[in-house]
Design a protein around this ligand. Structure first.
Ligand code: G16
Length: 549
């Protein structure tokens, strides 16, 4: 069987590639201004069909979202059959297809992929797809569907869903009828799975004070509303920033990225959140979660991905011990260089901790090396993975005391509560609420597990972010040459100083992270490093941001 070239060309011509642009499948797929993504979406449609054929017709997921990015951006990423990110070796194929200039180049690239990955075109293909609430979504979906049509496929359209729900659906569809069946392949199935595990885990605990959720004016809003109906009074939720139809509202002065980056409350919550009350923010596609609270002096306190990892990992370790499984089930944590130094210290004193480059794909794979792998990025993206052997151990363990039996049941229920396919803000939120209920912790007690080192994140707009290359899990720069030595000279002048520089994989910027023992020093270090990066990359002195030192 050969490629239906006439049909492909008919559709190809409807989706011309902007001639001057180059696309790259980055940290979370293709992500850039929605206005230039039409050709990319069409080509991803074709790639998704090939990926499914390669995997004997297993269902491939496609999510159209730009997550935390501003509303005018959009993006697309592929989801492999177990609900995990696209296998890394295919990222290159995705970029090659997206960058082919002519139809001839495109066919040549397709044929090379088919040959090099040994795809049998006669195999069936299945694709499920969804999008977030961005206004550009419907047009991009149409371009994507043209890609499917060009290959003779009608996919399964899931409409507007969160990224984690789409990942969940992919795993459910592919495990249906097997002994690894993950759940019912519908949003209702997702809601039932999470809410019933949650109710079992908090049975007998007092009903908590309402939790405020900042839904970032994105798809998390309707999804949290729905979840609320399943949870009933077990967890009262107050959903705010739910204006999915207001142009320009998405991720604007709200959402997990705003809170984490600016280290302050979304202004829309300032008259609502009372001292001591807990609140959380989701991002634009509801795969990141950040908690926070105000103390009695109305001071803002952040409970980010590192704090979530510390809370959850300690709880799981306790349950493993109480269930009599210490030594049989090992728990480990995976972080990135963005993890606050204090969190890494706290966790490493208790558990094995690994540091990997930014990107869920790296964290997810590293977490698979533990029986129970807890992975969280400081930005609130993370989950817990229970390995197949841990699942078997839990299923086969015979507890010898009632306390062991309770702990074992909690662990089993946690495996259902956690979305093990990818970071999931709502599933993570329920997990946090479970731990808080069990420990009788307020935000204050949770926060006091360790004190964050003051830190600062800075975005630096540069001419070409691709000149920045890193090593050692992104903690050191290898290019531009000589810059790391300059950074080292600066960093060593700060007490508790640590800083690193890396190119973003989702925005056209370079990111700078710095921390130090004192707040003014952390800020100063970050802006000094940002200044060095700006100058070294040939930044125009006239547009040099005034805060860069
Ligand atoms: C994505 C990735 C995350 C990453 C984030 C920022 O998140 O899934 O792993 O931390 O981008 O990446 P970068 O610093 O390379 O721009 P999301 O929530 O935007 O999909």
């Amino acid at each position: 069987m050969s490629l239906p070239l006439d049909t492909i060309q008919k559709h190809f011509d409807l989706h011309p590639k902007p001639s001057t642009l180059q696309f790259q499948y980055g940290t979370a797929g293709f992500r850039t201004s929605a206005s230039v993504l039409d050709s990319v979406l069409f080509r991803v449609g074709i790639l998704a069909v090939l990926r499914s054929k390669k995997l004997d017709g297993k269902t491939i997921g496609v999510m159209i979202t730009a997550s935390h990015n501003p509303e005018p951006d959009n993006g697309v990423k592929l989801v492999d059959p177990r609900g995990e990110m696209l296998e890394a070796s295919w990222e290159h194929h995705a970029s090659t297809l997206a960058n082919a200039d002519t139809f001839g180049d495109f066919v040549e690239a397709l044929e090379l992929i088919i040959k090099s990955t040994k795809i049998e075109l006669s195999k069936p293909a299945r694709v499920v797809y969804a999008r977030d609430t961005r206004p550009s979504g419907p047009a991009l979906i149409a371009a994507f569907e043209d890609g499917l049509k060009a290959m003779g496929l009608k996919g399964r359209d899931e409409g507007v869903k969160t990224t984690p729900v789409l990942h969940y659906l992919v795993r459910c569809i592919n495990t249906k009828g097997t002994k690894e069946e993950y759940g019912e392949d519908s949003e209702t199935g997702y809601m039932m799975k999470l809410s019933s595990a949650f109710k079992k885990l908090v049975a007998g605990k007092p009903i908590p004070q309402p939790l405020i959720i900042d839904c970032a004016n994105g798809v998390g809003g309707p999804t949290a509303e729905l979840l609320s109906t399943y949870l009933g009074e077990t967890l009262p939720l107050i959903n705010l920033n739910t204006a999915t139809k207001t142009l320009g509202a998405l991720n604007n002065a709200c959402g997990a990225d705003f809170v984490k980056t600016t280290q302050r409350l979304p202004p829309s919550l300032s008259s609502v959140l009372k001292p001591g009350q807990r609140a959380c923010s989701l991002d634009g596609d509801a795969d990141r979660l950040i908690y926070y609270y105000l103390d009695e002096r109305n001071q803002f306190h952040l409970l980010d991905g590192d704090k979530i990892a510390a809370l959850v990992a300690a709880f799981i370790v306790e349950l493993v011990k109480s269930a009599g499984l210490e030594g049989t089930i090992d728990v480990g944590v995976v972080q990135t260089a963005y993890a606050n130094g204090a969190s890494t210290k706290y966790l490493s004193e208790r558990l094995p901790v690994r540091c990997v480059p930014t990107g869920v794909k790296y964290l997810h794979h590293a977490a698979e090396h533990y029986s129970v792998g807890v992975y969280f990025e400081a930005n609130g993206h993370g989950t817990v993975l229970f390995s197949p052997s841990a699942m078997e151990t839990l299923a086969g363990h015979i507890p010898s005391t009632p306390a062991q039996s309770t702990a074992l049941n909690h662990l089993i229920n946690l495996t259902h509560l956690v979305n093990q396919t990818v970071g999931d803000a709502l599933s993570d939120m329920l997990m946090v609420e479970v731990v808080l209920a069990h420990k009788s912790y307020s935000g204050i007690e949770w926060d006091s597990l360790y004190s964050d080192l003051p830190n600062r994140l800075v975005r630096v707009v540069v001419k070409d972010r691709n000149i920045f290359k890193t090593e050692d899990a992104e903690r050191r720069l290898v290019s531009p040459q000589g810059l790391q030595a300059k950074l080292d000279d600066v960093i060593k002048k700060y007490d508790g100083g640590r800083a690193f520089v890396r190119p973003s994989g989702t925005e056209d910027v370079v990111r700078v992270y710095a921390e130090a023992t004192l707040r003014p020093q952390a800020d100063e270090l970050a802006f000094k490093v940002a200044g060095l990066v700006y100058d070294q990359s040939g930044g125009d002195p006239l547009t040099r941001p005034k805060e860069f030192l």
